[in-house]
Design a protein around this ligand. Structure first.
Ligand code: GLN
Length: 245
């Protein structure tokens, strides 16, 4: 069910977590270790968004398996970034396989990804307070795109990243109980993430932090994030608390 990751710290080549790490995102696309709730591989798309040194946001998405993107390893080796978010997708049954359905969703300087599914989709969407205009302009007719709209609406009011995720998890869990809602968002300075039904681990070192669905290497510094957690991290801090508090 999709795998995602986000990094903050000194600029590193994008190829590290995408291709070079022992359990890179590319490996997780065909040999994930901790798939829950259906799906065996993550072959339905790939995306990465990163911040340039002057703060601009660049995004690359495809509707194909990460392992099939033959030009990407060299590109990713040549691009260094100090903040990025990437994901591989396993489309939920009934949802389209298109580039626009691949995370990260992006806008206004934010990057967002969802690992999971909204129970009862698409009927359950009727119980969610989304203005029709936003519904009609979704990136794709998927639960993840709708969740991004709910998160973005809150961020635009000035709500902090973690509060926006917690608010959306509470809203969607009430409207569609049993939903799996591992959300991940960054503004290039802070990462916020939730664990609701899927795995997540965090690897913090002085001055850098990496959050990923599955550890990228055997380092004992990887800490599993318990289910029901709201994680907030910067390059120098990691905070875990209950997503319900
Ligand atoms: N439900 C989302 C989609 O189909 C996310 C899928 C996943 O986490 N595997 O895009």
């Amino acid at each position: 069910m999709c795998r995602h990751l986000a990094y903050l710290g000194p600029p590193v080549p994008l190829a590290g977590p995408l291709f070079d790490a022992p359990h890179s995102l590319e490996r997780q696309s065909w040999a994930p270790r901790d798939m829950r709730g259906g799906g065996t591989i993550n072959a339905d798309g790939f995306g990465i968004g990163w911040y340039t040194p002057d703060g601009a946001l660049v995004r690359y998405r495809r509707d194909r398996p990460l392992w099939s993107l033959s030009d990407l390893p060299a590109l990713a080796a040549s691009i260094h970034a100090g903040a990025f978010l990437a994901a591989v997708r396993s489309a939920t049954v009934g949802m389209p396989i298109t580039e626009t359905a691949a995370a990260p969703f992006a806008g206004d300087g934010w990057l967002f990804s969802h690992n999971g599914r909204v129970t009862g989709w698409p009927d359950s969407a009727a119980a969610l307070p989304v203005p029709p205009r936003d519904l009609l302009t979704l990136d794709a007719p998927t639960d993840s795109a709708l969740l991004w709209t709910l998160v973005r609406t809150r961020l635009r009011t000035g709500m902090p990243l973690d509060a926006a995720l917690a608010d959306v998890v509470a809203l969607v869990s009430a409207a569609a109980p049993g939903s799996r809602l591992n959300l991940l968002v960054t503004d290039g300075t802070t990462i916020a993430a939730t664990t609701c039904g899927h795995s997540l681990s965090v690897h913090a070192e002085p001055g850098r932090v990496l959050v990923a669905s599955e550890p990228l290497d055997p380092s004992p510094a990887w800490q599993p994030v318990p289910d029901g957690t709201l994680l907030t991290a910067t390059a120098t801090t990691v905070n875990l608390r209950s997503v319900e508090s």
